[in-house]
Ligand binder design. Sequence first.
Ligand code: AMP
Ligand code: MN
Ligand code: MN
Ligand code: MN
Length: 297
Amino acid sequence: MSISIDLHAHSNISDGLLTPAELMEHAAMQRVDVFALTDHDDTAGLQIAESEAARWGMQLIKGVEISVTWKRRTLHIVGLKIDPEYPPLKEGLAKIRAGRHVRAAGMAAGLEKIGISGSLEGAYAYAQEGIISRTHFARFLVEQGIAKDNKAVFKRYLVKGKPGYFEHEWANLEEAISWITGSGGVAVLAHPGRYELGRTNMLLLLEEFRALGGTAIEVVTGSHTVDQYVEFAKYAHQFGLKASQGSDYHGKGISYMGMGRLPTLPGKCIPVWQDWDEVKHFVRKPEQDSPPVQLSL
Ligand code: AMP
Ligand code: MN
Ligand code: MN
Ligand code: MN
């Protein structure tokens, strides 16, 4: 039996569209067996996700995706198998979330300057109980007819050098990794192909990431091309890092990859879950939603 594993996804606690319970149902319908909820800078969805996972016969891996500033760039570090109650992690994430409010006000001020008003209230209206992010601003701007879709709105308004971009200092790499590993979790460098670092800086980053206690890098992710699966499998091998895989699902229409049918990791990779009991001992429940078997006598 091959197990379906997805170790990166978002609920509406961060910038996904589905509630944690809806997301778990979606994952179950896509036949995911081992699933990590990895909301940006917030672990508030994990409790519900865990009970829903049990209901659907899935194994939840408790996760988070931490925003980090490294050499004045934003990186994302995924923590897997974390303990969300570990005080340094809890406090660190709370501080990042507080910073997000300040940043959101800065973004709104930038948009106001080019004549777009009401974006702060507009973005918060989409950010339900969890964090406020650029994705919420994007939804507001699309709703206002200012850009046609999520992709266009990021490109024109929300990336570096654009009016709605506001420079922000996140956690540093050392802190983020230590919160994760200190809580008993493993640190994974998320979608390294997205950072446009150039080879020299990528090598520096991987060296530093490993030296600080990082365990794995995402090789298969919705943010990578097939060529990048191969490229980052090589980097992982070179640095003695394990490989992770995740859809980075955010919801219908705003995800690059669906859940449940992830391409397999390139051959050389050592999966980050290689020695996890959650995977080794996973037993799939009988199908939940298939019709009852008819016995013909
Ligand atoms: P934030 O953490 O507030 O900076 O928001 C980052 C989130 O915005 C990412 O996790 C993605 O979900 C989304 N995002 C970032 N860049 C883009 C882009 N170019 N196009 C669409 N969505 C993006
Ligand atoms: Mn996101
Ligand atoms: Mn990310
Ligand atoms: Mn993500």
